[in-house]
Design a protein around this ligand. Structure first.
Ligand SMILES: Cc1ncc(COP(=O)(O)O)c(C=O)c1O
Length: 394
């Protein structure tokens, strides 16, 4: 069968492939070995809090399961707007908010709406792989620009300017980033956006981990800059609802009818039950629980990163958000006789029963030396993972 070129150009999401291999290894081993500790996929080990679960069950029992408007329930868009006001002190009118089937659908809608065949989009290396792939699916070209630890693995205005070409359509930045958990400094973001605007380009901000910010210097949304910033967000991470498939985007007002037209065609609407459930995310009781979890993620980071560094990993920049540790594992290569982080991740899975993500997914520049640990796991499991690796250290 002849496969479309655009599909051929999309690589697997290797994190999921590695997670699949780890699950298979566990299954094959049965009860003969220690259980695998999964630190691959970036998903909270918490589930939706009680009020959210109850709201979902109520919606199902009430038969509130028909299609909603393609851009989401009006009430949910209002609640998200209120959240921006309460949490960030900014006015984001509900009419600029589109509810989507996760950030993934939001990214697909935005890329389809704004990217022409051959358009280039600048992104940092390392970055979240699917963001490159959404651009490719829209027949654009992701241009990944190597970044350094000194730059917090984020683009600077200078690097955006240096790499801007006649074909560049804009930038796609994630702050805090996956895989590094590091954010763009607000002043740098202002400079990048000003440059992009001067070129008539678009600033796409993936703010999926904004709710899980651990540092006041960074935890502000780029939507404060002006109405041209496009922000993508989700119920997956801060709100612990990965499998519920619900997210949203904030777009400039003239873009909303275009997005709506695409959403009508592609998705009809985001999951109705999930939308009814998500209304309860904003109740004070739920927010209190999310804030408790945020503190727990921070406590895990504070314990895990120094512990990793003690056993031969280097984390060049302490993450200021999310739940990842982007760690150089090259000190282990000689002792374990592996050439890169790819083989290292498979060896860790076999030798220590600790599943981690090799850097390959996230770019090309230095990724052969790096692995990503997801700390969205219990403190007990993180401590056990470090103990197991420590016993096998070079
Ligand atoms: C940076 C980033 N953007 C987007 C997504 C997609 O998230 P969602 O579950 O909302 O589709 C992820 C998921 O891990 C992510 O890390």
């Amino acid at each position: 069968m002849k496969i479309a070129k655009r599909a051929e150009r999309i690589e697997p999401f290797y994190v999921l492939e590695v997670a699949k291999a780890a699950a298979q290894l566990s299954q094959d081993a049965g009860n003969d070995t220690k259980p695998m500790i999964h630190l691959t996929i970036g998903e909270p080990d918490f589930t939706a809090p009680p009020l959210v679960q109850e709201a979902a069950i109520r919606a199902i029992r009430a038969g509130a399961t028909q299609y909603t408007p393609a851009i989401g329930l009006g009430l949910l868009r209002e609640r998200i707007s209120d959240w921006y006001r309460q949490r960030f002190g900014i006015d984001v009118p509900a009419r600029r908010i589109v509810v989507t089937a996760g950030a993934s659908a939001a990214l697909q809608l935005i890329c389809t709406a704004l990217i022409e065949a051959g358009d280039e989009v600048l992104m940092p290396d390392p970055c979240y792989p699917c963001n490159r792939h959404f651009v490719i699916a829209a027949e654009g070209c992701p241009v990944v620009v190597p970044t350094t630890a000194a730059e917090r693995y984020q683009l600077s205005a200078e690097k955006v300017a240096e790499n801007w070409s006649d074909k560049t359509r804009g930038v796609l930045l994630a702050s805090p980033s996956n895989p590094t958990g590091t954010s763009i400094h607000p002043e740098e973001l202002r400079r990048i956006h000003a440059f992009v605007q001067s070129k008539g380009g678009i600033t796409l901000l993936d703010e999926l981990y904004l709710g899980l910010s651990h540092d006041d210097a960074f935890g502000q949304t780029g939507l404060t800059l002006d109405e041209n910033v496009i922000s993508i967000n989700s119920f997956s991470k801060y709100f612990s609802m990965t499998g519920w498939r619900l997210g949203w985007l904030v777009a400039p007002e003239p873009l909303v009818p275009v997005i709506e037209r695409l959403a009508q065609n592609f998705f009809l609407c985001p999951s109705t039950v999930s939308q009814h459930a998500a209304l309860a995310c904003f109740e004070p009781e739920s927010i209190a629980e999310y804030e408790r979890r945020r503190a727990e993620f921070k406590a895990r980071r504070d314990w895990f990163i120094p512990a990793l560094e003690k056993i031969g990993f280097k984390v060049p920049v302490a993450p200021d958000g999310a739940f990842y540790a982007w760690a150089d594992c090259s000190e282990w290569f000689h002792a374990w006789d592996v050439p890169s982080s790819w083989e290292f991740a498979f060896e860790a899975m076999k030798r220590a029963r600790v599943a981690i993500s090799p850097g390959r997914d996230f770019g090309a520049a230095e990724t052969a030396r790096f692995v990503r640990f997801s700390t969205a796991n219990s403190m007990d499991n993180l401590q056990e993972a470090v103990a197991r690796l420590s016993a096998l250290r070079p």
